[in-house]
Design a binder for this molecule. Structure first.
Ligand code: UDP
Length: 273
């Protein structure tokens, strides 16, 4: 394992919004899943014109590590700019507790996404699915429409396009034409967060009120990928199930022990103050 450096807040411009819980430089909102969904829906159904897109990021410990290792400090800035940042991982939840500032609960992006689909179906709010391999977003839309009668999925597109320039602009034009109020961006992290951040103004101009970065959620909604059995989730070892299903994740997962060492060190530093 690579040595874990002590350098956390690499960029002094990395500002965490007031009221958030600082886990190694990333600020998390301490909310329950329901409260998170309330915040999104309040913005989506809010009266009047909303000139900004409500961005939802769902970082896990791998992403916190990616922020720390991004020497430009850009990724910290992007993630911390989110309108709502929730911990999608037991590692972050445990680290927050270790640091003496616990969060209410883990809010898995895939679950938050599903709750917003349930509420959107009731409120007749149109949702657009962007991401996954060709065919996945369509399949996810079919399955979710079956599960939540009345749900309007106003458009779908796969996630294998160039993330800047003409191809990216063409995706945004399609989103605009669809009339989507809510956009699911499932391009994997941190690609999706960068894309959402870079295009936040264009997305607002396209009429999108909320954009959620939800990683592999469309794979789950489509039935192509399974979530871990409940017992793995309960024991906090969903990551282990994902590793068993997909051993090539091992490289990425080496971030987890590094994150843990860093969190323990930071907790000890805080205690010794
Ligand atoms: N993906 C995509 N476009 C890309 C790269 C990835 O749409 O250019 C999709 C991929 O098909 C998968 C998701 O992004 O559905 C990433 O899933 P993963 O479980 O790796 O999400 P993460 O753990 O990164 O949030």
């Amino acid at each position: 394992m690579k040595a874990v450096s002590d350098n956390i807040n690499i960029n002094e411009k990395n500002t965490i919004k007031a009221g958030r819980i600082n886990v190694l430089g990333v600020g998390f909102d301490s909310v329950t899943l329901d409260e998170a969904a309330d915040r999104v829906m309040e913005h989506v159904t809010g009266e009047g014109t909303v000139s900004d897109v409500f961005t939802v990021y769902t970082p896990n410990s791998e992403i916190v590590e990616a922020c720390i290792n991004d020497e430009s400090g850009e990724l910290f800035k992007i993630i911390n700019s989110g309108s709502l940042v929730v911990p999608d991982g037991i590692g972050v939840v445990k680290a927050a507790a270790m640091l003496g500032t616990p969060v209410k609960e883990k809010v898995a992006g895939v679950e938050l996404g599903e709750e917003i689909l349930r509420r959107s179906a009731k409120a007749k709010i149109s949702v657009y699915f962007l991401g996954g391999k060709p065919g996945i977003a369509e399949l996810a839309a079919e399955k979710m429409k079956e599960k939540y009668p009345g749900l309007v999925i106003c458009g779908t597109a796969h996630g294998y396009f160039k993330k800047s320039g003409e191809e990216s602009d063409a995706e945004i034009a399609k989103i605009k034409a669809s009339g989507a109020a809510v956009l699911y961006v499932c391009l994997g992290a941190p690609t999706q967060e960068r894309w959402m951040y870079e295009n936040r103004e264009a997305l607002a101009a396209a009429g999108v009120r909320a954009a959620l970065g939800l990683g592999g959620s469309l794979d789950v909604y489509s039935g192509e990928a399974r979530r871990a059995p409940k017992i793995f989730i309960k024991l906090g070892i969903e990551w282990f199930y994902r590793l068993l299903c997909n051993p090539s994740r091992i490289g990425r997962m080496m971030a987890l022990p590094r994150f843990y060492v860093r969190a323990r060190r930071e907790a000890a530093r805080i205690r010794s103050k």
